[in-house]
Design a protein around this ligand. Structure first.
Ligand code: CO8
Length: 383
């Protein structure tokens, strides 16, 4: 008897019925960022002249806006707080502290994106059973940001946070899919408040240009309650992880106990960018192939690819490997030129901005890849 019940429950069709995108008000061009970095490098070289001349340390070379655009495809990024980032004496955002009784910064941007997602799915707070906040960092461990958002929106049920770096969004969607398919929830709100600029090392030439802030949200629900024009059946989800130290941040609560410098470079985002590029691209291509094969589909059957937005050259390589040709921007939209790498939100921004033109029956895939390593995908079909 219980087996029959489970089978019935698992057969519930899960639908991606809405999405929301909140974009910060401030933007920083490559030129502005590179100019600030170069001022910092000049200051550093001047102040360490003796050690540099003695060969004890290396001088910091200049960054270049041309390099950034060519190596990454990024032209600008949005940030939650611009103040401080370009200040050679600070080189990090200057975000005001909020009291325990105020809405936290990250919850605020999560609420902004969630409100838009609920509107696009024609849902209200009372329809939602579960809130998942999934992103690369939460600004504190507890109480969960998701529970704060749940309270701010007036949602019943329960809420929790998830951290899976660049794949946090797709892995959060995966949880939503499973809960709805299993019948333990009917409507799940997945929010990705990617407030990453506080973890960027703006003094590091290799990575100072990579990231931007944003918040995205998606609504998943059972097919029997859908009331949205632009809804997609989720055909399945797929996830894989493989341990790698090539993208890492050592920031965490242990810093308090070890007396380490909380501002040390290893506490911030750092990576072996070349290795990441070489190792993650084939993993992502294989992952997508396997996901499609499980549905008797081939890459050319897809109308749209909402790929992770870390580096334009990665996306070009992955889609070329799969299609045997370059994907055009209509097939695989690029948003990182405007938004930069927004950790897990990149593929969701691409989805949010590029799905309303799709026709009933069209297939699309959302796919993230990044730190962990972690890869996550959702295969969807326009209803
Ligand atoms: N300006 C000018 N020259 C530069 C700069 C610069 N800013 N940086 C490097 N160079 C120089 C180097 O010194 C080198 O010179 P030389 O050849 O003389 O040694 C040359 O340019 C080439 O350097 P690289 O080999 O490092 O350059 P690449 O072509 O590999 O490009 C990239 C660097 C853009 C970083 C590229 O490797 C890349 O994008 N790789 C993939 C990385 C990636 O996808 N990472 C994902 C990380 S995001 C993630 O997983 C989420 C984590 C959680 C979020 C964290 C938020 C803070």
């Amino acid at each position: 008897m219980s087996e029959v019940v489970l089978k019935q429950a698992v057969s519930r069709q899960v639908v991606l019925s809405g999405s929301g995108l909140w974009t910060p008000e401030y933007k920083i061009s490559n030129e502005e960022l590179v100019n600030a970095y170069n001022n910092y490098a000049d200051w550093y070289n001047e102040h360490h002249k003796a050690d540099i001349d003695d060969g004890n340390i290396s001088a910091k070379p200049h960054s270049s806006a041309d390099f950034v655009q060519k190596a990454s495809g990024i032209k600008q990024r949005y940030v939650y707080c611009k103040e401080g980032i370009l200040d050679v004496n600070r080189m990090r955002p200057n975000i005001p502290t909020r009291g325990d009784n105020e809405l936290s910064h990250q919850a605020e941007i999560a609420v902004n994106a969630a409100t838009k997602a609920l509107a696009s799915a024609n849902k209200s707070a009372s329809d939602v059973d579960v809130v998942i906040v999934s992103c690369a960092y939460t600004q504190r461990s507890y109480p969960a940001i998701a529970i704060e958002v749940q309270a701010a929106l007036g949602i019943n049920g329960f809420a929790f946070d998830m951290l899976v770096a660049c794949s946090a969004a797709t892995f959060g969607m995966h949880r939503a899919y499973e809960m709805i398919a299993a019948g333990t929830a009917n409507t799940v709100l997945v929010i990705n408040p990617e407030l990453v600029s506080p973890q960027v090392n703006y003094k590091d030439r290799d990575s100072h240009f990579i990231f931007g802030d944003v918040a995205t949200a998606t609504v998943f629900e059972s097919a029997n309650t859908v009331n949205s024009e632009h809804a997609f059946d989720v055909l399945s989800t797929k996830a894989v992880t493989k341990y790698s130290n090539n993208i890492r941040s050592n920031f965490g609560y242990m810093t308090h106990a070890t007396d380490e410098d909380p501002y040390a470079a290893d506490k911030l985002f750092h990576q072996e960018g070349r290795k990441v590029f070489k190792e993650v691209c084939p993993m992502a291509a294989e992952h997508i192939t396997e996901h499609l094969t499980a549905h008797d589909l081939v890459p050319n059957d897809l109308r749209r690819w909402w790929l992770h937005q870390a580096n334009i050259n990665m996306n070009v390589l992955i889609s070329k490997r799969l299609l045997g040709r370059d994907a055009n921007k209509d097939e695989a939209p690029i948003v990182l030129d405007e938004y930069a790498n927004t950790a897990s939100a990149g593929s969701v921004i691409a989805f949010n901005l590029h799905h309303q033109d799709m026709n009933t029956g069209d297939y699309g895939i959302l796919c993230s890849f990044g730190a962990g390593y972690s890869i996550g995908s959702l295969l969807v079909q326009k209803r």
